[in-house]
Design a protein around this ligand. Structure first.
Ligand code: CA
Length: 229
């Protein structure tokens, strides 16, 4: 899943430069050209990182940063500063910026800095902790599962089974394979325990358990999780 970076800058030529280089590196971008809009956007959407210019109309970068942190939003922030601007690194970092970059900067430096921040912040809350299959969303960080935006209750085994199936989406998995991976031991013989748990999962996920859209039975072999769309 592609990560999205919010670019906050009022100078069109710099916006273009940022947008071009960030998108070339495989990210999606959104742009805000003033501080108030930046705060508004940060509340509407979960960004993977914000590149935030210090000098902005309506609300300066420092205040934007402070406001975002006041919202308890932990999105990584890379602050952009101009050489002639009086910018105190320490207070910038105290306001909650993760790093800063002085203009003019090379595109290579910018991208390297973005990657470094994403690595450092562990991308813990990034999209990689979210698996989406059709209307099912699994949040691996919080151990929660949502179906059409409503949380569904799963037992621990059901959850583990679903995550394993989801991580192996579109792959046919044998009962033995599921048993040894999800139940943590090589169970010789009775694999009906897998069928029972699959049955429980279907009851919670499928509209019609007799004609499942998500968890397909592969006759004589095992199961496969598919995106119905
Ligand atoms: Ca500016």
């Amino acid at each position: 899943m592609q990560q999205t970076i919010l670019i906050v800058e009022d100078e069109p030529s710099i916006v273009m430069l940022l947008k071009y280089n960030i998108e070339k590196s495989g990210f999606l971008t959104d742009v805000a050209d003033n501080g108030e809009e930046a705060v508004k956007k940060s509340r509407e959407k979960k960004y993977d990182l914000i590149v935030l210019d210090l000098m902005l109309p309506k609300m300066d970068g420092m205040t934007v940063c402070k406001t975002i942190r006041k919202d308890e939003n932990k999105v990584p922030i890379l602050m952009l500063t101009a050489k002639d601007e009086e910018y105190d690194k320490i207070s910038g970092l105290e306001m909650g910026a993760d790093d800063y970059l002085t203009k003019p900067f090379s595109p290579r430096e910018l991208i390297a800095r973005i990657h470094a921040i994403l690595r450092r912040t562990g991308a813990k809350e990034s999209s990689s902790d979210l698996i989406e299959i059709g209307d099912v969303k699994i949040n691996l960080e919080q151990y929660t599962v949502y179906l059409r935006d409503e949380e569904i209750e799963l037992t621990r085994k059901e959850y583990e089974l679903l995550v394993y199936l989801a991580k192996n989406q579109n792959k046919t998995l044998s009962r033995e394979q599921l048993l040894s991976s999800v139940w943590d031991f090589d169970f010789v013989g009775d694999t009906r325990i897998v069928d029972v748990q699959i049955g429980h999962l279907r009851e919670k996920l499928e509209k019609n358990t007799k004609n499942p859209e998500y968890i397909k039975t592969i006759r004589g072999f095992g199961y496969k999780l598919e995106d119905p769309k």
